[in-house]
Design a protein around this ligand. Structure first.
Ligand code: PEP
Ligand code: CO
Length: 462
């Protein structure tokens, strides 16, 4: 069937589904708004605002994710744990883009395959929390749930869920997208100019030499190809960048779920690639209900408590047609548990012949507290979980097709270790995350190098 027909005529529409059908299910992690009229007004306004992405882009990404499932490319997904309205600034956005571009350069060069780049940005403003309230010195207020819901300051007024924050989140997401698109269209991502992506650290980092050698080698290859072809090599001047966020705040997501003229079905047009967080992944919950009906490629976080049987059932609900590129499973087990918890899931999915993209999030299972009161992650645990994941997939006959990271282009000190050996005392210097600790740009690049080394080791052994 020509693809235009496939786009216009549904193969199988999801039964009994509507963008609001999740409202009939148990919805965890949603704020309680105290003014129903104010909420309704905001949602009505959101429904009239333009979308942030298009269905064409969404379907193009789905095709690339299908390729990643088959091992033809590798997924790099990364960004803040939680974006904040204050950090919607030129420097923060461009530095994050730079570090993702540098990482993808390392991966393209080392893995010898294209990289699908997806940011955790332009909408990553809503957070699940382990408790509904927070108590300090006998004072209890609602938990901070991300800038899209309330403010982080510890007082009742700041923590009141304010629906108008959804409008602001939409606007900040649009500004972020606009700037990312403009940078990329303007040639910022040109492979012939990796020096555009340099952050200050190049020159004094322990990783600088390795990175410089790689950039030189790519520069040499590009010049060689240009000499051979007698002109400039096409398609080096831009890369695709996609967006993702945890689609947690369902009233917001519903308002941006739209039908479009040239494609059948419903699209979440707030992002290309939404995911379901670990805390809202119940098969009979509102989030799974919402996700099953949209045509975007979607991802599901999979934690250590999920059984093979539970996983098979939720995969059936989310991808009943076993459509290529549709479903990504992001496992986040922790370095201590991955060897025990992951193989049964891999084996079950392989036995059942289910088509999914497996991605490792080595961040969320490795969070710990320090004696001086910080939430942190050790680089050694992050690296260990990733390396184990590659080995476990190889042993199970499945494929690790990507990585999901929390990182920033800023020089923060939130995760311990790495090439510079950050210690607990260093955390006091530049700890800026409002939620989870992120890799700084140097640690992020180190992860990319680690992936390349691990893959080379596996290839050599096979
Ligand atoms: C996150 O990705 O920020 C997050 C909360 O992850 P998880 O749902 O895996 O805990
Ligand atoms: Co997080």
């Amino acid at each position: 069937m020509p693809s235009a027909d496939r786009n216009l005529h549904p193969v199988n529409l999801p039964a009994n589904w509507h963008p609001a059908s999740w409202r009939g299910f148990t919805a965890l992690q949603l704020p309680r708004y105290d003014d129903a009229d104010e909420l309704a007004g905001v949602l009505q306004e959101l429904r009239t605002l333009p979308p942030l992405v298009t269905s064409w882009e969404i379907l193009a990404l789905k095709q690339q994710l299908a390729d990643a499932q088959e091992g033809r490319c590798f997924l790099l997904q990364g960004g803040d744990c939680a974006e904040t309205f204050d950090a919607c600034s030129s420097d923060v956005i461009s530095n994050r883009l730079k570090v993702l571009l540098q990482m993808s350069l390392v991966l393209v060069h080392g893995l010898r395959k294209p990289v699908v780049r997806v940011g955790r940005f332009a909408g990553q403003y809503a957070k699940p929390r382990s408790a509904d309230t927070e108590t300090i010195d006998g004072v209890t207020v609602p938990s901070y749930r991300g800038d899209m819901v309330n403010a982080p300051e510890f007082n009742a007024a700041a923590r009141r869920p304010d629906p108008r924050r959804m409008i602001k989140a939409h606007a900040r997401s649009a500004m972020t997208m606009n700037f990312v698109r403009a940078l990329i269209d303007g040639g910022f991502a040109d492979l012939r100019h990796p020096e555009y992506w340099n952050l200050d650290w190049v020159g004094h980092s322990p990783l600088a030499e390795e990175y410089r050698q790689m950039v030189d080698s790519i520069g040499g290859a590009v010049r060689f190809m240009e000499t051979l072809s007698g002109g400039s090599v096409r398609n080096l001047d831009r890369v695709d960048f996609y967006t993702s966020h945890e689609a947690l705040l369902l009233p917001y997501e519903e308002s941006l779920t739209r039908q479009v003229p040239r494609h059948w079905g419903w699209f979440n047009l707030s992002t290309h690639y939404p995911w379901i967080g670990m805390r809202t992944a119940a098969i009979d919950g509102a989030h799974v209900e919402y996700f099953r009906g949209i045509r975007n490629p979607i991802a599901l976080k999979v934690g250590p408590s999920v059984t093979p049987d539970q996983l098979l059932r939720v995969v059936d609900v989310l991808n009943p047609e076993d459509e290529p590129g549709r479903l990504t499973l992001i496992h986040r087990m922790g370095a201590a548990q991955v060897a025990e918890k992951l193989p049964p899931l891999l084996n079950a999915m392989r036995r059942d012949g289910r088509r999914v993209l497996w991605v490792c999030d080595p961040m969320h299972g490795n969070t710990e507290g320090t004696a001086n009161g910080y939430k942190t992650r050790r680089f050694a645990n992050i690296g260990s979980e990733l390396e184990q994941a590659f080995d476990l997939h190889a042993a199970a006959g499945t494929r690790l097709g990507g990585v999901h990271l929390e990182l920033t282009g800023e020089d923060v000190t939130e995760c311990l270790g790495g090439a510079r050996g950050l210690t607990e005392v260093d955390l006091e210097r530049a700890y800026r995350s409002t939620v989870d600790p992120r890799l700084n740009y140097e640690q992020a690049l180190e992860v990319a190098m680690l992936i390349v080394r691990k893959q080379a080791q596996l290839t050599a052994a096979s």
